[in-house]
Write a protein that binds this ligand. Structure first.
Ligand code: ATP
Length: 241
């Protein structure tokens, strides 16, 4: 279980995240909704050790304190981040990218079985194992990025806007894959701009505005809330929902 309490992050004098607390249990999807600049990416970076939280934050995973430890040790502790823009190595092949994800000591054991699991999750990667990642479509690259994160055998998978720029078909495939990852017991922290699709697969959601949590609840209650629908589901999206 991932637990964060009192997480604040400032960039110079600008406070991007203010006393945020959340938890993600094994086998659940928590979605974070918020407008541009709400602090969603900062939240993930603060949890992943990529930006330093203000003193007083407490972050733990599986009961282990991971506040103020470097990013590579956060991965070792069980939190893997798929960053916005994916962070894959374009010049390397799919296989090389995936194997790079298995660097934590606990992940090297059982690497072959994990690779097999990822290929059953994303079968289209199977015939692309020797292909340079930069020559692949955005959706395929996102699969590689998620696969690489899964190779670290995370307890919690955090994703920053994974459906951004993908076709509706590809986004649908991606969201289905997330439900299968959840079924395997991994907890998922999902930052998304696609509120309709993400609430459809999530268990719970929180609403972030100006660095503060301004609401939250079950995904079903959020999807049915008129204020949430107005703020996060555009009129056309609401009609399509
Ligand atoms: P988006 O959906 O547009 O990515 P977001 O909710 O992920 O938005 P953040 O990227 O976390 O928002 O940014 C939160 C606030 O912090 C914004 O006002 C942003 O301009 C500011 N910010 C983010 N990164 C930095 C940085 N490296 N230096 C200074 N300010 C930053």
């Amino acid at each position: 279980m991932l637990e964060a309490a009192n997480l604040s992050v400032s960039y110079g004098r600008h406070r991007a995240l203010d006393h945020v607390s959340l938890s993600v249990s094994p086998g659940e999807i928590l979605v974070v909704l918020g407008a541009n600049g709400a602090g969603k990416s900062t939240l993930l970076k603060g949890l992943a050790g990529l930006v330093r939280p203000a003193p007083g934050a407490r972050i733990s995973i599986g009961g282990k304190d991971i506040s103020n430890i470097p990013a590579h040790r956060v991965v070792e502790a069980g939190l893997a981040l798929v960053p916005e823009g994916r962070g894959v190595f374009g010049a390397l092949t799919v296989r090389e990218n995936l194997l790079l994800g298995a660097h934590p000591a606990h992940a090297r054991h059982g690497e072959a079985a994990r690779l097999e699991g990822i290929l059953s999750l994303f079968p289209r990667l199977t015939e692309r194992m020797g292909q340079a990642v930069r020559t692949m479509s955005g959706g395929e690259q996102q699969m590689v990025a998620i696969g690489r994160a899964l190779m670290s055998a995370p307890e919690i998978l955090a994703l920053d806007e994974p459906s951004l720029g993908l076709s509706p078909l590809m986004a649908g495939e991606l969201f289905r894959a997330l439900t299968r990852i959840r079924a395997g017991g991994t907890g998922i922290l999902l930052v998304e701009q696609n509120a309709r699709r993400s609430l459809a697969i999530a268990d719970r959601g929180i609403l972030l505005e100006g660095g503060h949590i301004v609401g939250g609840g079950s995904a079903a209650s959020l999807a049915a809330d008129p204020a949430v629908r107005r703020a996060y589901l555009g009129a056309s999206e609401t009609e399509a929902a």
